[in-house]
Design a protein around this ligand. Sequence first.
Ligand code: NAD
Length: 316
Amino acid sequence: MALKEEIALSYSIKKAAVIGSGVMGSGIAAHLANIGIPTLLLDIVPKELSDEEKLKGLSLEDKIVRNRLSELALKKLLKQKPAPLTSKDNLALIEAGNLEDDLSKLAEVDWIIEVVVEKLKVKKQVFEQIDQYRKQGSIVSSNTSGISVEAMAEDRSEDFKKHFLGTHFFNPPRYLKLLEVIPTQHTNPAVVQFMKVFGEDVLGKGVVLAKDTPNFIGNRIGTYGLLVTVQEMLKGGYSVGEVDSVTGPLIGRPKSATFRTLDVVGLDTFIHVANNVYDQVDGKEKEVFTVPAFMKKMFENGWLGSKSGQGFYLKK
Ligand code: NAD
């Protein structure tokens, strides 16, 4: 048997679970459903509004839709542009639920992908829950943009550590081909090899193996480029529109305009990702990875991008 076939047979993903149904989690679940893999999509189902949300006039239904777990929210996976789901039928392969109520269902799946907020503490809590309920031998991965994969697996069981790695999808998962696979020193080499073959042959991705360094490869370069762009824009007195003109459609790259992309990513996620490198570099590099004050102000105002309706652009 050819080596590749042997690797492909070493694990089998018949069913998956995605934890976190935000911008990326819903897109990854849709990508798996498009391939024909039944997928659990679990999040925290909001039961009440915070005082701040009440002041903003948000309804509980709005919040549930924003967490992409209601029937209505799932249907949006077909209508968004670009649409995460290729067909209406694939929607039936996604089973949405509340993480707290459905933890026992994690024992039924072969691959669990964590896609919650970019905070080490929250991710570690989720992995503690997963470790208690997953079946031995199942693969667990994180979609972190750049938090240390090794640090996320700290305190976990031996079997968890052997089957744990980073699988970093890019946004939107249906369209962007890059998948960074990030093993730790504990990850079983067979799991890494399997994920590479599975990522390429089944998920249809271009897989790059990355080291567990802050923000890995794509986001280390991407965050640097974006922050330098903003610093030069402020120095030169240019506007958001002007920068987007010369980084996007007018140079034949309709999808890569700097601030439109940031609206799709989410400013909260971007700030966590930038801070992640800032905390781990010294001296002059710290200056580069400092988030400018106006972006922090936007974040405080809740102008997070498409997910909140207002970012650098107003969502139409
Ligand atoms: P998001 O804010 O859109 O969604 C995060 C989701 O996690 C929310 O639905 C939230 O309710 C849920 N959540 C929070 N705590 C939870 C918990 N304890 N249990 C279950 N669910 C919980 O964020 P996102 O943009 O989808 O990012 C998710 C992850 O993917 C982050 O690690 C981020 O760095 C990474 N990522 C994001 C992008 C991007 O472009 N946005 C790209 C690649 C990777």
